[in-house]
Design a protein around this ligand. Structure first.
Ligand code: SAH
Ligand code: SF4
Length: 325
């Protein structure tokens, strides 16, 4: 729901401020599926709102469920599609939101990358992905910006969505994570914004050439620049920085790669690595590594701070990099 536009409209037709708040509270509580259901406001007003506005900017097209994850395909007003994933952990639920339709960055191991870029999502379309899950009665307490798209290529709308989610959906800054392929100017803006949202960097290799092969955008956003700004991030924020490293067969999984990653993570006490199992996608020939144990043993010997991240949702193609519409 476009709260700003609706608020403006309500004030224009002479509604009091408290009515405006009531409508936006109704929306963020996500107990209602339409204006018609908001029986705490007058019938006449409900009718006016449903005639002039759509309740949600997205519409469920399909939803698939597995043991610990749910994936929905959502239709946008211009008939494009995006996906959003709900990950059910033991003690909380995380929503993985999309920020763009497609993605321009073209990473070869990622299904979204193979779609090319269609358009940015609006703030409303980002927030509505969370409202969508809440409407199903699901308690959402964490958000990861790891769905379709590169958040820093749509930073204005992503930033406003973070602000909305924090102030209206009452999800703490520290419960949200933005993941980037390494858009330097985006990371700069993120640092100067200064909120305590987590940052994850999709590193995947410490070799400039290899990165360029699998992540074409890194021809512009060079590894040495990226590492420099990562140190600046921790210096200025004093917060942990997460490096995502999906192990790919014969690409980034040698012992030398493991030593390089060890050196990087050990160079800063606030660096942390997430070792991820690569998810197979139809659009790519890259396979998951067969050397995960050997790779992690080197990290262990070097006392690297890392976790081996389980990949939820892969059985419904809802895991990282499998989102395609
Ligand atoms: N564009 C941002 C956020 C969306 S991608 C980024 O690239 O960081 C979210 C995460 O999924 C990234 O860490 C990305 O590298 C990872 N990813 C993409 N394809 C994957 C795959 N096939 N298997 C595992 N992780 C993948
Ligand atoms: Fe875009 Fe991220 Fe996929 Fe790369 S991994 S194509 S940046 S969504």
């Amino acid at each position: 729901m476009n709260v700003a536009k609706i608020s403006q409209y309500l004030l224009k037709i002479g509604q009091p401020k408290f009515r405006v708040n009531q409508v936006s509270e109704n929306y963020y509580l996500a107990k209602f599926n339409s204006f018609e259901e908001m029986t705490n406001i007058s019938k006449d007003l409900r009718l006016k709102l449903s005639e002039n506005f759509s309740f949600l900017s997205i519409k469920e097209d399909d939803m698939v469920e597995s043991k610990n994850s749910l994936k929905a395909r959502l239709k946008l007003a211009d008939n494009l599609y995006i996906e959003t994933v709900l990950l059910k952990y033991k003690d909380w639920n995380t929503v993985c939101v999309s920020t763009q339709v497609g993605c321009a960055m073209g990473c070869t191991f990622c299904a979204t990358g193979s779609m090319g870029f269609k358009r940015n999502l609006t703030t409303e379309e980002i927030v509505d992905q969370i409202i969508y899950w809440k409407q199903k009665g699901i308690d959402v307490s964490r958000i990861v910006f790891m769905g379709m798209g590169e958040p820093f290529m749509n930073w204005q709308n992503v930033r406003q969505a973070l602000i909305d989610i924090h102030s209206n959906l009452k999800i703490g800054w520290r419960k949200m994570t933005v993941s980037t392929v390494g858009v330097i100017e985006g990371i700069e803006e993120f640092i100067s914004w200064g909120q305590q949202v987590n940052l994850a960097i999709s590193l995947h290799s410490l070799n400039q050439e290899t990165r360029e092969k699998i992540m074409p955008s890194t021809k512009v956003y060079k590894l040495n620049e990226l590492i420099k700004i990562c140190h600046r991030y921790t210096n200025q924020t004093k917060r942990l920085l997460f490096f995502e490293y999906a192990l790919m067969d014969g690409i980034n999984d040698t012992d030398t790669d493991a030593y390089k990653l060890s050196d990087l993570v050990n160079s800063n006490k606030l660096f942390f690595a997430n070792i991820i199992k690569l998810n197979m996608v139809k659009t790519s020939k890259i396979r998951p590594s067969r050397r995960t144990d050997q790779f992690c043993r080197i990290l262990d010997v070097n006392r690297v701070k890392y976790s081996r991240r389980m990949s939820m949702g892969s059985e419904i193609n809802g895991a990282c990099g499998q989102l395609i519409s």
